[in-house]
Design a protein around this ligand. Structure first.
Ligand code: TYD
Ligand code: MG
Length: 454
């Protein structure tokens, strides 16, 4: 009888497993995403640290949650992203470009938590103890409650944690970790998957929260199988331009709180500092009297945030018009330009267009639409928009301005920052109660917007 093959194939995108290589993944329909990885011998029962009570079904009333107190990270901005602090036994993935500040932020969290008397273990597979010390010196004083370990062998790490469970563990980074019983190289799909699995068992079994650092690919998702995101409880990403000083931490998945909350930080000489008034921060240095610049009010999670939207429209010199966007979906910009052409008769077909959200934030909220449209029109006509005007609203394909949620919060944030005029969807105006101190203008469609002559 032929020996059973010990190779399986995984989809890099969704973790779909197959006995043979496939051109297209049946799971997520991605092409050319299968990679080879040796099968893993299961370690029967070795990881399971469950008590007998946990193996018998219980009622909700029998579950004791009094000990489930969340641990504060010392950064209210990060706590909000995590849904109010660190939950015991949570497995949290921190992703982001290299050098954006993942290790720095986590070391600062270690410092804050260890200074409250809790034991913290920082495991690095990337840097030497000396390198970590140099970084720690920039950040400040540490207590002896923080222990460091340079190790990449997960079996060793598992023993260290089981022997003396700390109250928080940091794994920097998952791509450097390996398990001896998996034959592939560290960073490969099989290793990343099995390492995360082992860490999940540890976190759940000992109720120790674990932060995992994950590197991202060119496309901006955590390297290794997409499945990594399914396995962990919380996924947070760093956004922002590495060359600018601010960093945005965004929760994209959270089993213990709302997602899409953001926290804003600033990189300084002494590590990251949280920014408690992000709107002010993001609007800093806004050009005065320049065309193509509009301030929009967005909702990130539960919090209103003001961002500057910029557009530059210029005549194409030859051939195909160029269109680029930063911080907003490229296709959305194309769609909005098509709506402007069709509904307002403005010919943008022979124009280059560049649209940018200042501050490195990535915006997905459709409430930004109206600001993008206004910025494009302002740049096209070379007519600046008054600096004290704020805009929000979704634009539909027939040029109608559709309602958005949480209008009252948006208007009050604008008021707080001294804006005097607000252009918003007419249908959402009913939700407003207090409009003193700000002129609110409701618009129904793009033609109405044009007739405002803002
Ligand atoms: P780092 O945390 O090493 O990034 P990651 O772990 O995400 O790869 O980020 C390091 C960058 O931050 C590096 O370019 C130097 C800068 N930095 C400061 O500006 N100030 C500081 O106090 C520290 C520790 C780092
Ligand atoms: Mg690092």
């Amino acid at each position: 009888m032929a020996k059973k093959s010990s190779i399986v194939y995984y989809c890099k995108e969704c973790g779909f497993e197959s006995a043979k290589w496939l051109g297209q993944c049946p799971g997520c329909k991605e092409w050319n995403s299968f990679v080879e990885a040796p099968t893993v011998k299961t370690r029967s029962g070795k990881d399971v640290i469950k008590t007998i009570e946990e193996r018998t079904p219980v009622t909700l009333g029998q579950i004791d949650t009094t000990s489930e107190e969340r641990m504060a990270t010392g950064f209210s901005e990060l706590d909000r992203v995590l849904g109010g602090g660190i939950v015991p036994g949570a497995l949290m993935l921190v992703g982001g470009d290299p050098g954006i500040g993942k290790s720095t932020l986590l070391l600062q969290v270690c410092r804050n938590i260890s200074s409250t008397g809790k034991n913290v273990l920082y495991i690095s597979g990337e840097e030497s103890l000396k390198q970590i010390k140099i970084r720690a010196n920039r950040i400040g004083e540490f207590t002896d409650n923080l222990k460091l370990l340079c190790e990449t062998n997960l079996d060793v790490i598992e023993n260290v944690i089981k022997n003396d469970p700390p109250q928080l563990v940091i794994i920097d980074s998952i791509q450097t970790m390996f398990r001896e019983d998996v034959d592939s190289a560290p960073g490969s799909v099989g290793q990343v998957r099995e390492s995360t699995n082992a860490l999940m068992h540890l976190a759940k079994g000992l109720a120790v929260p674990i932060f995992i650092v994950g590197h991202v690919t060119k496309e901006g998702v955590v390297a290794g199988p997409r499945m990594l995101e399914h396995m962990v409880d919380t996924v947070i990403y760093f956004e922002g331009d590495r060359h600018a000083t601010y960093r945005i931490v965004r929760g994209v998945k959270n089993r213990f709180g709302s997602t899409n909350e953001i926290g804003v930080f600033e990189m300084q000489q002494v590590g990251l500092r949280q920014v408690l008034n992000p709107s002010e921060y993001l609007l800093e240095g806004r050009p005065e009297g320049a065309s193509g610049s509009v301030v929009a009010c967005l909702i990130e999670g539960t919090r209103p945030i003001l961002v500057e939207t910029q557009a530059l429209i210029s005549r194409t010199n030859f051939g195909m018009p160029r269109r680029t966007s930063a911080g907003i979906d490229y296709n959305r910009v194309n769609l909005l330009m098509a709506v402007i052409e069709k509904r307002l008769g403005v010919s943008l077909g022979d124009c280059d267009a560049y649209v940018n959200i200042v501050g490195g934030m990535k915006v997905q909220e459709p409430a930004l639409d109206l600001a993008v449209v206004l910025a494009i029109l302002s740049s096209y006509n070379n007519k600046p928009i008054a600096a004290d005007t704020i805009v929000f609203g979704e634009v539909g394909l027939s040029g109608e301005i559709r309602s958005v949620s949480m209008t009252a919060q948006r208007v009050s944030e604008a008021k707080k920052l001294g804006f005097k005029k607000c252009i918003m969807p007419k249908v959402s105006m009913d939700a407003l109660d207090d409009v003193s101190g700000i002129t609110v203008v409701g618009v129904e469609n793009l033609n109405e917007l044009l007739s405002l002559r803002v």
